[in-house]
Design a protein around this ligand. Structure first.
Ligand code: GDP
Ligand code: MG
Length: 693
C-alpha cells in the first residue's frame, strides 16, 4: 500500500499493509445460528474488535456462493479472518448460519454465509434467499464466489442465486423507490472465479457472465417505475480470477495478496470499498440495524431500507440521548441541595450551560451520523429534556436571589438611615436601583440560550418587595420624625404655659393658645419639609399631620394638667390671694391697723381669687379668633374604627377643653376659702396684738 500509516481515513479505515503492529486474528461470531436466531452478542463483539466507535469508518463485505467452493478459505486469506474451513480429510460440513469476523489490521467486517447446497437438494432456498437479502441490506460489496467451470452454466446453482439477489434487490428498492436517494445506492458485485486454468481469458469470462446476468435481469418482472432499469442501475460489477489453490499454491497466494490490497489501499483506482457503496449505518448502530433487518427478513415482511434506517436512527438516537442524559442528570443533581437550602450559586449559569453543552456534544458525536431528520428531532427532544431538568434550578436560584437581594436592600437602607444627614428618598432610590441591577445581573447569568426561560414575573415581584420595604421604612421614619416634632412642640409650649398659668389674667388662655398655635405651625412646616424627601403620599401627610396636631394638643394638655393639680393650683390661688390681701395696690406689704377695713379688703381679695377658678377650669381665650379647633376621633370614620380596634386612643376635643369639673371647682373653692379664712383670722389677730402693745 502507498497510504501513509497515520493517515486517517474516513470512508474506509482499512489499515495499509505496512501496518507495524500485527493484530492476532479476531475471534469470529455466529451472527445467525442454525436456528436462524440473531446473536445478542454482536455489540460486545464490536467492542472487543474496537469498532464500536468507528462511526462510518468501517467497511462491510459478504460472500455468497455454493458450498465448498473455497469461500471461507479465500476470506481468511484476504482478510486474516478465522472462519471455519471444511476439513479436507474428513469432508466435514461447517456449521450453518451467518458468521462475522473483523478483518485483521483493517476496519473491515466480513460476513461468511454457510448454507447447505440446498439448491441441488431443493431444501434450503429459503435460507439462501434470506441471507442474500440480509447481505444486500448491509454490505458494500458482495463477493460472488464460483468455479471457472460454473461460468456459462445458466441453469446452474450460481445463476439461481444471482436471480435471487436481483429479485431481492428489486424488492428492496420497490419499497424505497419513492425516496430519490435510495436509487443512488449501489452495491458492488465482485465475482471471484476460482481454479482459473487460464485458457479462457478473464475478458471472455466477464462477457459470458454479464450476458447471463442481463438475461436473468430481463426475465424478472420489474415493479412499477423500475421497468426500464438495468442491472447497472443498482450494481457495479467486478471480475477477478484466481488460480488453483492446490495446483498453483504460489501463484494463488500472490494473486490473493494482490487482491487483498484492492480492499485495503484506498489510493488504488480499483479500490473496492468506494465511499458510495457504504450503507451509512454507524458502527454503533449496526447490531440493532442488522438484527431488525434479520427480523424483517425472517418474518417475510417487506424490507424497506430507508424506513429501517429511520427506525434505527430513532432507536439509536434515543439510546444515545438517554446515555447522554443519564450522565448529565448525575452531574447536575449537585445543584439541588444548595438551592433548596437557599443558596445563590455563583457559577450556576456557566455550569448549567457547560453540562447541557456536554450532553448535546455527547449526543451529537454519536447521533449526528444517523438519519438527519430523526437526529434533528431527537436533538430537540433532548434539548427540551435537558432544559426542563435545569428549569427548577433556574427558578430556585431566582427565588434565592430574590430573597438575598431583598435582605441586602433592607439592611443597606436601614444602615444608611442610622447615619446622619441622609435624604430618605435618595437613599431608597439608589438602593432600589442597586437591588434591581443585582437581580437582573444574577438572573441574566442563569438564563440559558435556547430556552423559553423568563424572569419578568420575578422581577416584578422583586420591585414589589423592595417597594413594600421602602414603604415600611418610610412609615417608621415618618413616625420617628413626628415624635421629634412633637417633642419640639412640647418644649416650645412648656414655658409660655407655665408662665401664663402662674400669673392668671383674663387673657391667660390667649397667651397659651397663641404659643401653641405658633409652635404647631412651626411643627407642621417642619413636617412638610421632611415629608417631601420621604415621598410621602397626600393621604400619609393628612394622617401624619392629624396625629401631630392631636399629640401636640395632648402634650399641651398634659402640661396644663401638671400645672393645675390640686396642690399647685391651691398654691397659685394662695399667691393670687396674698397679692391682693397682704399687699396694697403699690405692692407694699400691709401692716394692719385697727381702723383698717379688713373685712372689705378680705372679701374683695377672696372673691377676686375665687373668680379665677372658672378661668382655670376651661380653656377659653378672650379673643375668639385664638380658639383652637381639632377634630375628635369620632369625627371621621377611619379614626373611629381605629379607636374601636384599640389602635388609637379616643380623643374628644370639646371634652379636652375642660381643665376641671364643676365638682372639683366647688371643692377647690372650699379648700381655698378655708385657707383664706385663716389669713383673715391671722390679720385680725395681728391688729389685736398691736392694740395690746
Ligand atoms: P466453503 O464451503 O465455500 O467455505 O469452502 P471451504 O473454504 O470450506 O473449502 C472447501 C474445500 O475446498 C476445502 O477442502 C478447501 O481446502 C478447498 N479449497 C479451498 N480453496 C480452494 C481452491 O481455490 N481450489 C480448490 N480446488 N479447492 C479449494
Ligand atoms: Mg465456508
Amino acid at each position: 500500500g502507498t497510504a501513509a500509516p497515520f493517515t486517517t481515513q474516513t470512508s474506509t479505515a482499512a489499515l495499509p499493509d505496512s501496518s507495524p503492529a500485527p493484530v492476532a486474528p479476531s475471534e469470529r461470531i455466529q451472527l445467525i445460528d442454525e436456528e436462524q436466531k440473531f446473536t445478542p452478542t454482536m455489540g460486545e463483539a464490536l467492542r472487543r474488535w474496537q469498532l464500536e466507535d468507528a462511526g462510518f469508518g468501517y467497511d462491510l463485505c459478504a460472500v455468497l456462493g455454493s458450498q465448498s467452493t473455497g469461500k471461507s478459505t479465500l476470506l481468511n486469506k484476504l482478510f486474516g479472518t478465522s472462519f471455519d474451513v471444511m476439513d479436507e480429510s474428513r469432508r466435514q460440513q461447517t456449521t450453518k448460519g451467518i458468521w462475522m469476523c473483523r478483518g485483521q489490521g483493517m476496519n473491515v467486517l466480513v460476513m461468511d454465509v454457510e448454507g447447505t447446497d440446498g439448491r441441488e437438494r431443493g431444501e434450503d432456498q429459503d435460507f439462501e434467499r434470506k441471507s442474500a437479502l440480509f447481505s444486500m441490506a448491509s454490505a458494500e460489496c458482495l463477493i460472488v464466489n464460483m468455479w471457472e467451470h460454473q461460468v456459462g452454466l445458466y441453469q446452474g446453482a450460481n445463476m439461481g442465486l444471482l436471480k435471487t439477489v436481483f429479485e431481492v434487490n428489486l424488492g428492496l428498492f420497490q419499497a424505497g423507490k419513492s425516496r430519490s436517494h435510495a436509487a443512488k445506492e449501489k452495491t458492488l458485485l465482485c465475482f471471484v472465479i476460482r481454479d482459473h486454468i487460464g485458457a479462457t481469458p478473464l475478458e471472455n469470462l466477464r462477457n459470458t457472465l454479464m450476458a447471463d446476468l442481463r438475461r436473468i435481469w430481463d426475465s424478472l418482472s420489474k415493479p412499477e417505475g423500475l421497468e426500464s432499469s438495468t442491472i447497472e442501475t443498482f450494481f457495479d460489477f467486478d471480475f477477478v480470477t484466481l488460480p488453483h489453490k492446490l495446483l498453483q499454491p504460489t501463484e494463488f497466494d500472490s494473486q490473493v495478496a494482490s487482491l487483498r490490497t484492492r480492499f485495503t489501499d484506498s489510493s488504488r483506482k480499483d479500490f473496492i470499498f468506494r465511499p458510495e457503496y457504504h450503507k451509512r449505518i454507524p458502527a454503533d448502530g449496526l447490531p440493532h440495524y442488522l438484527e431488525s433487518i434479520w427480523e424483517q427478513v425472517q418474518t417475510n415482511k417487506d424490507l424497506d431500507l430507508p424506513t429501517q434506517q429511520e427506525l434505527l436512527a430513532q432507536f439509536r438516537c434515543d439510546e444515545i440521548a438517554n446515555a447522554a442524559f443519564a450522565t448529565f442528570a448525575n452531574d447536575v443533581k449537585v445543584f439541588r441541595r444548595p438551592l433548596e437550602t437557599g443558596e445563590v450559586l455563583a457559577d450556576l449559569g456557566t455550569l448549567m450551560g457547560a453540562h447541557r453543552g456536554k450532553a448535546i456534544e455527547d449526543f451529537d458525536k454519536a447521533a449526528s451520523r444517523y438519519h438527519a431528520e430523526v437526529y434533528k428531532r431527537k436533538r430537540l427532544d433532548l434539548l427540551e429534556k435537558l432544559n426542563s431538568t435545569l428549569s427548577p434550578f433556574f427558578l430556585g436560584q431566582l427565588k434565592n436571589l430574590h430573597k438575598k437581594v431583598v435582605a441586602f436592600f433592607r439592611a443597606s437602607v436601614l444602615e444608611k438611615l442610622r447615619g446622619e444627614n441622609y435624604d430618605f428618598s435618595t437613599v431608597v432610590s439608589s438602593e432600589r436601583k442597586k437591588a434591581l441591577i443585582a437581580f437582573e445581573t444574577g438572573a441574566t447569568a442563569i438564563k440559558l440560550k435556547d430556552t423559553d426561560w423568563a424572569y419578568d414575573d420575578e422581577y416584578e415581584q422583586l420591585k414589589q418587595s423592595v417597594d413594600d420595604i421602602a414603604d415600611q421604612c418610610r412609615a417608621e421614619e415618618t413616625k420617628k420624625m413626628v415624635l421629634q416634632i412633637e417633642r419640639m412642640v412640647k418644649k416650645d409650649v412648656a414655658e409660655p404655659t407655665e408662665l401664663a398659668l402662674a400669673r392668671p389674667k383674663a387673657d391667660m388662655w390667649d397667651q397659651i393658645l397663641v404659643a401653641f398655635t405658633e409652635a404647631l405651625e412651626k411643627a407642621e412646616s417642619a413636617y412638610m419639609k421632611k415629608a417631601r424627601s420621604f415621598n410621602c403620599t397626600e393621604e400619609e401627610n393628612v394622617r401624619a399631620l392629624r396625629t401631630l396636631k392631636r399629640r401636640s394638643w395632648l402634650s399641651l394638655r398634659a402640661k396644663i394638667d401638671e400645672q393645675t393639680v390640686d396642690s399647685i393650683l391651691i398654691n397659685k390661688l394662695r399667691t393670687a390671694f396674698e397679692d391682693r390681701f397682704r399687699y396694697d395696690e403699690e405692692g407694699v406689704p400691709r401692716v394692719w391697723r385697727p381702723d383698717d377695713d379688713i373685712d372689705t379688703i378680705f372679701r374683695k381679695a377672696r372673691d377676686e381669687t375665687l373668680a379665677l377658678l372658672p378661668l382655670y377650669s376651661k380653656i377659653k381665650p378672650q379673643e375668639p379668633s385664638r380658639e383652637v379647633s381639632l377634630p375628635s376621633t369620632a369625627d371621621d370614620a377611619e379614626s373611629a374604627s381605629a379607636v374601636e380596634r384599640g389602635e388609637e386612643e379616643e380623643f374628644d376635643f370639646p371634652a379636652s377643653l375642660v381643665v376641671f369639673s364643676e365638682t372639683r371647682k366647688v371643692e377647690l373653692g372650699n379648700r381655698f376659702r378655708k385657707e383664706a379664712d385663716a389669713y383673715y383670722v391671722e390679720a385680725k389677730r395681728s391688729t389685736v396684738s398691736s392694740i395690746a402693745q
